[in-house]
Design a protein around this ligand. Sequence first.
Ligand code: 3PG
Length: 178
Amino acid sequence: MTTLNEQLANLKIIPVIAINRAEDTIPLGKILVENGMPCAEITLRTECAIEAGVDFIVSPGFNPRTVQYCIDKGIAIVPGVNNPSLVEHAMEMGLRTLKFFPAEASGGTDMLKALTAVYPVKFMPTGGVSLKNVDEYLSLPSVLACGGTWMVPTNLIDEGKWDELGKLIRDAVEFVNK
Ligand code: 3PG
């Protein structure tokens, strides 16, 4: 069975999606898959975040209660951290795959290099990552995949611009697999 780390490493990028209308889910899912992206991080910051089940949970911050709940239920969770103390807390709870958020505002690749010099963890940086810097992040051995909204902007979903979205997704997938 493929591990979560292997899945993330194969994907290289994960679109972070805020969807406003449940009816956009099917066309959006279709566009994602047709353009080479079989994964999406659905944010819970809109009213219609869907209850369709998940393969894993991602959180912007490190909430020990949320993490413990997921561990107890056997659900994979990738919580957000951005400093040594939070990395240690996550490690103490048995986690070795963490979101690095907000990546650019927290020191970007320099901070990641400093953290992984001392902690044996893998990261999924998100926050300020785009085609401009995704290569820099993915070149680090500690980075499995990067998350970001740049490939699926909410306004394009709201406007039903599926062709435009398809191009953004395809360009992003091709860019990181070149
Ligand atoms: C999010 O919206 O959850 C992440 O912060 C993504 O950040 P980005 O818009 O900078 O990609």
